[in-house]
Design a protein around this ligand. Structure first.
Ligand code: FE2
Length: 157
């Protein structure tokens, strides 16, 4: 069975900064994988656990990247944005705990994840784009050229 895009990527989800879009696509892919394995395929608990772990880890890394950009560029809305990040992190970690205690991943959890990522991208993340562009962040940085891409590749070895 071919995997289904629970959250299809669309330009509505683009913040207009390639580098950030790439990271959001990875998050969306993880949520899509979770949907396919947990809901459509009823996969083993161990596999679902792995995807949840990866989702949590990547969310933490991605939020840290955004937050360091806030610090570098002195983003005025940083506090409220970070507060949203903390709430989202806590909720995902709570779901992970519940799942460990034998609450299955259901469509309600999936729609919660879908809502948080799409709303967060469209409402909070899009707000920083004009500010970052003004500060010199390039909309079309490629992985090879950007300093963030260099950090990523050294991080991944
Ligand atoms: Fe964010």
């Amino acid at each position: 069975m071919a995997d289904k895009d629970y959250i299809p990527w669309s330009e509505d989800l683009s913040v207009g900064l390639e580098e950030i879009d790439e990271q959001h696509k990875i998050l969306i892919n993880l949520i899509n994988r979770l949907f396919n394995e947990a809901i459509l395929k009823r996969a083993d608990k161990a596999l679902i656990s792995d995807i949840l772990d990866e989702l949590i880890q990547y969310t933490i890394v991605h939020f840290a990247v955004e937050e360091s950009l806030f610090r570098i560029f002195d983003y005025p809305d940083s506090e409220a944005h970070q507060e949203h990040h903390n709430q989202l992190k806590n909720e995902v970690v709570n779901f992970r705990k519940k799942f460990q205690d034998d609450t299955p991943i259901d469509i309600e959890l999936m729609s919660f994840l879908k809502k948080w990522i799409t709303l967060h991208i469209m409402k909070d993340d899009r707000k920083y784009t004009p500010f970052f562009l003004e500060k010199g962040f390039k909309a079309k940085w490629t992985k090879q050229q950007s300093w963030m891409g260099k950090i990523w590749s050294s991080f991944k070895g």
